[in-house]
Design a protein around this ligand. Structure first.
Ligand code: NAD
Length: 291
């Protein structure tokens, strides 16, 4: 089956990037959110991000115009029933995602593939509450979507091969690379990345190094483009903590226990770049380490 139309649920940070890359690759995109402001902001952001790609010579003005014309927005979820593939990228709360799939089901065509961009919720569990667990997958983009090469494709226990192949073809048409993961907590990227970030926070907590020495050690010593604490601020410390809790609960191993210092930063509301303070303070001209 060839996928021509894609519905994207949630027009936040990830949803707008997903709509952006799909439209540039030639898919007709229907972008849905519960909030009109989120839809308007997403369209403005997509246009700005494409402007940057035009300036950088990555796409032409004609590509941009054609791509923007391929994106339609809607507040009505049932409009997505007509699409071949749905990528859910709404708020990371299981109740929210479950309600979206429940509301969508009566409107879907029999062949429509359902996917979720969730970072941490079980694909198998989300799939089991739909009428098509064999046509359900994890479609996990990285942030920022237009820049990052990887998409993790996660099979639930029931996902069938044609569904996997159809999603793989979409990833290839986006000019991205798929990494295939089984449905266990954190999949591949977060299973490896988050314990590393958490260990960096322990290294800070125990006074082995300060923020600057930990980040420069990992940048210059292991060739990482960003230090782990800088990266944690970029991702959001609340998100890092939530994913550590998913690993800890789901794998029942104390090696995934979140560092108390990470919890303390989240309790303080120091969530990283988005609140202008995390392991670095972003309120001035240049980021200043907070420890
Ligand atoms: P976000 O908060 O920026 O956006 C979420 C959007 O969903 C909001 O615009 C909100 O209005 C909308 N929404 C909420 N309920 C809805 C509903 N019932 N129907 C339609 N829209 C609804 O969040 P985000 O960072 O874009 O994350 C979205 C998903 O992507 C989450 O599952 C998250 O785990 C996953 N993800 C995030 C990142 C990241 O770095 N931010 C990376 C990979 C995956």
């Amino acid at each position: 089956m060839e996928i021509k139309t894609v519905g994207v649920v949630g027009a936040g940070q990830m949803g707008n990037g997903i709509a952006h890359v799909l439209a540039l690759a030639g898919y007709e995109v229907l972008l849905n959110d519960v909030n009109q402001t989120a839809l308007d902001d997403a369209m403005a952001r997509i246009e700005r991000n494409m402007d940057r790609q035009v300036k950088g010579g990555k796409i032409t003005e004609d590509d941009q115009k054609a791509a923007l014309d391929r994106i339609r927005t809607t507040l009505t979820l049932s409009d997505l029933g007509a699409t071949d593939l749905v990528i859910e990228a709404a708020t990371e709360r299981e109740m929210v995602k479950q309600a979206i799939f429940e509301d969508l089901l009566p409107h879907l065509q029999p062949h429509t593939i359902l996917t979720s961009n969730t970072s941490s919720i079980s694909i198998t569990r989300l799939a089991s509450r739909t009428d098509r667990p064999e046509k359900f997958m994890g479609f996990h983009f990285m942030n920022p979507v237009p820049v990052m090469q990887l998409v993790e494709l996660i099979r639930g226990i029931a996902t069938d091969e044609p569904t996997y192949k159809a999603c793989l073809r979409v990833v290839e048409r986006l000019d991205k690379v798929a990494s295939s993961a089984e449905d266990f907590p954190g999949f591949i990227v977060n299973r490896i990345l988050m314990p590393m970030i958490n260990e960096a926070v322990y290294t800070l907590y125990e006074g082995v190094g300060n923020v600057a020495s930990i980040d420069s050690a990992m940048k210059l010593g292991t060739n990482h483009p960003m230090g782990p604490l800088e990266l944690a601020d970029f991702i959001g410390l609340d998100t890092c903590l939530a994913i550590m809790n998913v690993l800890h609960d789901g794998l029942a191993d104390t090696k995934y226990r979140p560092c108390p210092l990470l919890t303390k930063y989240v309790e303080a509301g120091w969530l990283g770049r988005k609140t202008k303070r995390g392991f670095y303070d972003y309120r001035g001209e240049a980021p200043v380490p907070t420890r």
